[in-house]
Design a protein around this ligand. Structure first.
Ligand SMILES: [Zn+2]
Length: 306
């Protein structure tokens, strides 16, 4: 099984030579998701060799341009390359009104169906679910309505220990029961505890995306225990006033959320272009939450190795 995140844009507000604005590609057990789609996202997908026709779902956190200005270009290119597979785009209610006229005025007729799904911007919601993966949205605290996202594996089936079952004549229903943590009754009437015949359950992994927002302890319950938290840290501590004014977070804010939510690893992004290196961000983060990193464009986070 695989679960990885490729950072396509780690910068705030505007594209620079070092950082493009927000976008991320998530491959969760071969579900292909795009979170945010800033200007230049399609070029970043090409640069990092991601087949963007595989993307089936796009999640747009809010309607600041540095989180969705790349969407029309991406849709247009998908169309030019003959996409037929449908695409579902989750976003604030106005997103469809913004995107469709831009395509229609240019006379474009997409060769594939796009479904726009309105996010609930005020309450937690399950927005995607299949047999292996779930995606939840939840409100952030930003200047305009904004959602965070949690991509989560469902609890995994137990793996049967082949050495422990050799002495039993098990049927298919016994295997299914064991995988689902149920004890089994053999034809002899003997009861076998599932713990004795299976390996301990592997932890279900989860990825939380929280950008943009000011520090909000209210989100901790939504991202509790996440394997990796990506949280914005637009500013350093010395620029706290600027963070307050623009409803963004500092390194300290992000690290304190990581502690409060008991996540395993923190990666911060949405870095202001005023900072030329990552050093200060990293230093401030590690003083509060040691398992921290600063995102870079092209960084790939493998959640199975955290
Ligand atoms: Zn914003």
């Amino acid at each position: 099984m695989n679960f990885s995140v490729t950072i396509l844009g780690s910068g705030a507000a505007l594209p620079t030579k070092n950082r493009m604005p927000s976008a991320q590609y998530v491959n969760c057990n071969n579900r292909h998701f795009l979170i945010d789609c800033a200007e230049g996202t399609q070029l970043q997908l090409r640069k990092y060799k991601i087949n963007f026709q595989k993307i089936s779902h796009v999640f747009i956190s809010h309607l600041h341009g540095d989180h969705y200005f790349g969407l029309v270009g991406l849709l247009s290119t998908m169309n030019l390359l003959g996409r037929e597979k449908e695409l579902t785009i989750f976003g604030p209610s106005e997103l469809e009104e913004l995107i469709n006229p831009m395509l229609q005025f240019g006379g474009s007729r997409l060769s594939f169906t796009v479904y726009f799904v309105r996010l609930n911007m005020t309450d937690e919601a399950t927005i995607y679910e299949d047999e292996i993966v779930e995606v939840h949205s939840f409100p952030m605290d930003h200047k305009i309505p904004t959602c965070g996202f949690l991509i989560q594996e469902k609890p995994k089936l137990l793996k049967i220990n082949p050495q422990k079952i050799t002495e039993y004549d098990l049927k298919i229903e016994h295997f299914k029961a064991l995988q689902n943590a149920q004890d089994i009754i053999l034809e002899t009437g003997e009861i076998c505890k599932y713990q004795e015949l299976t390996f301990p359950r592997q932890k279900a992994l989860s990825y939380a995306y929280c950008s943009d927002t000011k520090k909000s302890l209210a989100i901790s319950k939504n991202i509790s225990g996440a394997t990796v938290l990506y949280h914005e840290a637009t500013f350093l501590i010395k620029d706290q006033k600027r963070a307050n004014l623009t409803t963004h977070s500092t390194t300290k804010d992000a690290a304190e959320i990581a502690i409060d939510a008991k996540v395993q690893k923190l990666v911060v992004g949405h870095i202001s272009s005023r900072y030329k290196t990552n050093e200060e961000h990293l230093k401030e983060l590690k003083q509060i939450f040691s398992n921290s990193e600063v995102a870079e464009d092209g960084m790939c986070i493998d959640l199975t190795k955290v």
